[in-house]
Design a protein around this ligand. Structure first.
Ligand code: SF4
Length: 338
């Protein structure tokens, strides 16, 4: 088990964030960290010539106030499930894990963790959007873990519990919390609610080991999924990104059997599938940074600015995966990123 508390030897605190409740709570937890007052988080986070991977090894924490935008329309990179009312937001930037395929390495100049502590402003932005939905017959869906893994940090920073309480109070809002964490226990005192989707990203164990550094094993994640299903939560599984290793068909078919044999799959809300894909600029930046990962030397195509698999291979992968999954789930529960 990694001691994340030892990571934050320094905590940078924006002047305007210091007195907010979440800042106070975090600062109380990290009494031994050196606190450095700063004017604006970008003075630290956006400096030039930072080394993302070096900073991941000695991660500092930045407490800041986000001034906007506080809500983004879902892009092509976020599966919006054909709902026009789909959004994402960023209560945190960066993550305690370090997956080799993570686009954040190419997106952000820094590997430090930023927590935006003005959660009420995020809530207000959602309240306003709820009044002007493009399709008022459907709920608004907000992915709150797009640029981080909030459940992995919940024991340190109780962010998702606050989001869950907020979402429960709304008639027309669903929040999706995507995670690779095994820390479902951090929600043990919270009752499930139809407005919350807990989404677990699962990968075959060989992929967890090689490409998803610091994440819990497949087995640990499956225990968390099982506990969430047994407790009555709405659970989505994400097999995304599917990585094409030698023997990928065999590896992924065994993986699907392994997953379904460990959980009550009839209780799953749905399952999403997606192959490796990344914005071209992020991909090139990561490759240039010297990250030693074979992932960045595979054969890909540039599909209108997105680096991904060739169309034929992508179709074959999705078909193989879907055919296997529908041995367990009805086809309409399987959603595909394309
Ligand atoms: S868990 Fe998600 S956000 Fe965190 S490093 Fe992995 S891909 Fe990136």
């Amino acid at each position: 088990m990694i001691n994340y508390q030892s990571k934050f030897s320094h905590i940078y605190v924006e002047d305007q964030a210091r007195d907010l409740a979440l800042s106070k709570l975090v600062l109380k937890k990290f009494k031994n960290s050196e606190i450095i007052q700063i004017r604006h988080y970008k003075d630290i986070f956006n400096r030039t010539n930072q080394d993302f991977q070096l900073q991941k090894r000695a991660m500092k924490l930045i407490l800041a106030k986000k001034t906007g935008p506080l809500l983004y329309p879902a892009t092509d990179m976020v599966q919006d499930y054909k709902n026009k009312n789909s959004f994402y937001n960023t209560p945190a930037l960066n993550c305690l894990y370090n997956c080799e395929y993570c686009f954040l390495q190419g997106m952000y100049p820094s590997g430090h963790l930023v927590l935006f502590v003005n959660e009420n402003d995020f809530f207000i932005a959602i309240n306003k959007q709820l009044l002007k939905l493009e399709d008022p017959t459907k709920p608004m869906i907000v992915s709150i873990s797009y640029n981080s893994d909030l459940m992995a940090m919940e024991n340190l920073f109780p962010i998702i519990s606050r989001w869950i309480e907020f979402a429960k109070s709304k008639d027309n809002l669903i929040i999706e919390i995507r995670t690779k964490s095994a820390l479902f226990n951090s929600l043990k005192n919270i009752s499930p609610h139809k407005n919350i989707i807990l989404s677990w990203t699962l990968s075959p164990e060989v992929i967890c080991k090689e490409f998803e550094k610091f994440t819990p094993s497949l087995d640990m994640r499956l225990k968390a999924v099982k506990s969430a299903l047994d407790a009555g939560w709405d659970v989505r599984l994400c097999f995304d990104p599917i990585l094409i290793l030698d023997d990928w068909e065999k590896i992924y078919c065994l993986f699907i059997d392994q997953v379904m044999n460990k959980i009550n799959y009839n209780k799953l809300r749905d399952l999403t599938l997606g192959v490796f894909r990344m914005n071209k600029d992020y991909f090139n930046r990561i490759k240039k940074s010297g990250l030693k990962s074979r992932l960045y030397y595979e054969h890909y195509v540039n599909n209108s600015g997105t680096i991904t698999l060739e169309e034929d291979l992508k179709k074959a992968v999705i078909k193989t995966m879907k055919n296997k999954i529908i041995e367990y789930l009805p086809a309409e529960k399987v959603m595909i990123w394309d």
